[in-house]
Structures are given as C-alpha cells and as structure tokens.
Design a protein around this ligand. Structure first.
Ligand SMILES: [Zn+2]
Length: 313
C-alpha cells in the first residue's frame, strides 16, 4: 500500500515536471540579459584618437566589436579580411563597428587598419593586427530520412546559400535593434552547436551554420532583436524560413517553421512571435535552427547574444 502511494507520488511529480516543461516551451520567456559595458581588452592610441578592441583573439565564426574615440570625427571605417566595414555613431560615445570571421578562415594574424575621417577633411589611420584562432568545432554524423535524401544534393545547398548571401549583402546603414538588445528566440535547450562538421548519411560533408534548439512543433519563436523582416517564405533545406535584418549588416534567421506569422518588409520588436517551430525542409525532427550572419559571414548566434552591444543612437 505504502509502496503504491510513493510510486503514484513519483509518477505525479514526473507528470507535473514534464507538463511544466511543455508549458515553459509554449510560453517562451527568453529575456535579454542586461549587462554592463565591459572594459576594452586592447586600446591603441594614435594622437588624440584611440581604437578600443573588445576581444583578445577572434575565433573562426565569431564577430567582434571595435570602438573609436576622439575629437572631430565624422566617420570611421575598416577593411578586414577583404570586407569593408563602416562604423556607426553612438550618442556621446564615439563610433562602433563589428568585424566578423568566416568559420573556414585560416587561423593566423591579419591586418586591421582603421581609418577615421575628421571634419577638416584629414584622415587618422590606426593600424593593428587581429589573431584569428581555431573555432574548436566538433564533428557529427547525421542521418536524413529516405523521403528527404534528395535535399542532400550539394547543388541545392549551394543555390540556397547563394540566395541567402544575396540577402545578407544588403547592409542597412543604421542599427535597427533597440535597447532590448538580442536574446535567444525561445526558452529551450541548445542541441547541435554552430560550426559542426556534419557528415550526412555517411557520405555528404556539410557545415552547421547555426545552433539547433529543442522545440516541439508549434512552439512560438521570437525575434532575437528588433529589426525588419528581410525574408519570409520557403526554402528547400531551411523549410519555412524567416530572416530579420537588424541593421549594420547583422541578420538573424529561423528555420523549419510550421507556420510563419510575419511578412517581408514588416518591422518587428525584440521578443515578438514571428512564427511557430516545426520540421519543414531538411529536418530530422522538430527543432528550431537559429542562425546569425554579420557582414555576410555566418557567426555563432549564441556567442553574439552574450556580447555587450552598444545601444543604438
Ligand atoms: Zn540546424
């Protein structure tokens, strides 16, 4: 009798726990973590002007923050890994810029020249170097179900990536995120990490361009930050897919939706529900595939939301 009661209590606790878990997934509470501005890791002085660097090395597939300070500045730009980056002003706090490293960039030291244009027409050049370090990516074997094997065609993947690259090549000059910053798109566990070397069905190699999060079909998915919907439609591999432009070359993307709740061109706020998770496209089961791109490079979305970001002007 006693044994029975203990058993039913255990069963009840288990049911309650799993129910709480389901409810937690249905009502995501992923909140941004307000964090203070960290001190720069490196400061390079050039006369009255300085370049602050907020990271030590930049691992493959990561974005890093730069800051320039000094009098009479009109604008600043850099050319890093053949990518031209325009800095943006923050009221009373100089100019900021993001640089990004491709996940396949060879780890070594690269030049980082920063050019500051002053209001008398002259230019201050601050020259430094950035070390790209290994991303520490793991390998995973992935099995794709027979009915979706045709989606393993490398041509389909190439075509889809080209389409995404053309969307990411548009840089909205002003930041579109707001003081709410960036957050995870839902409250759940991360499963497959960013950057994984994947081997599909023992044969086809691929790279994982985002993080996977556990999400039963129909889980509300939130915009990571405020921005403008740059794409809302269906892709072969990513299935029902939403891309949000956050300005300054920063994009977040969300794949395998069962339903899309936004349309292209629509402005969204941080935390706004943009669709319901699902398993459309090349998905082995229900989950959210969450990506971010900065300056046209896939970067670690989870790392990015943990960074301190300058508040938009
Ligand atoms: Zn994924």
């Amino acid at each position: 009798m006693k044994k029975h009661r203990i058993l039913s209590i255990i069963v009840l606790v288990l049911i309650t726990t799993s129910l709480q878990r389901v409810l937690a997934q249905e009502t995501p509470t992923a909140e941004p973590t307000p964090r203070p501005k960290p001190p720069p890791v490196t400061v390079i002085q050039e006369g009255d002007h300085s370049l602050e660097i907020f990271f030590d090395t930049l691992p493959q597939g990561r974005a890093g923050l730069l800051h320039v300070l000094g009098p009479n500045m009109i604008s600043a730009r850099t050319m890093f890994l053949d990518e031209r980056v325009q800095f943006f002003p923050v009221e009373g706090d100089g100019l900021y810029g993001f640089i990004a490293v491709n996940m396949e960039q060879t780890p070594r030291v690269y030049d980082l020249p920063v050019f500051i244009l002053l209001n008398d027409g002259s230019t201050v050049e601050i020259m430094t170097q950035i070390t790209v370090s290994p991303g520490g990516f793991i390998r995973q074997e992935v099995t794709v179900a027979p009915d979706r094997v045709d989606l393993l065609d490398p041509e389909i993947e190439r075509g889809e990536l080209a389409r995404l690259e053309s969307i990411f090549s548009v840089t909205t000059p002003q930041p579109l995120w707001d003081e709410d910053g960036f957050r995870a798109p839902l409250d759940s566990v991360f499963t497959s990490p960013f950057g994984v070397f994947r081997i599909f069905n023992n044969t086809i190699p691929s790279r994982h361009t985002g993080w996977d999060m556990r999400a039963p079909v129909g889980t509300p998915v939130m915009a990571s930050a405020a921005g403008r919907v740059a794409f809302a439609g269906t892709l072969d591999i990513r299935g029902n897919h939403v891309i949000i432009d956050h300005g300054k070359g920063i994009y977040s993307t969300y794949s395998h939706f069962s339903q899309i709740h936004v349309t292209r061109g629509q402005m969204v706020t941080a935390g706004q529900v943009i669709g319901m998770s699902g398993e459309t496209g090349r998905a082995g089961g229900p989950h959210l595939h969450w990506e971010m791109a900065v300056n046209g490079e896939w970067i670690d979305s989870r790392d990015f939301i943990e960074m301190w970001l300058p508040p938009p002007a």
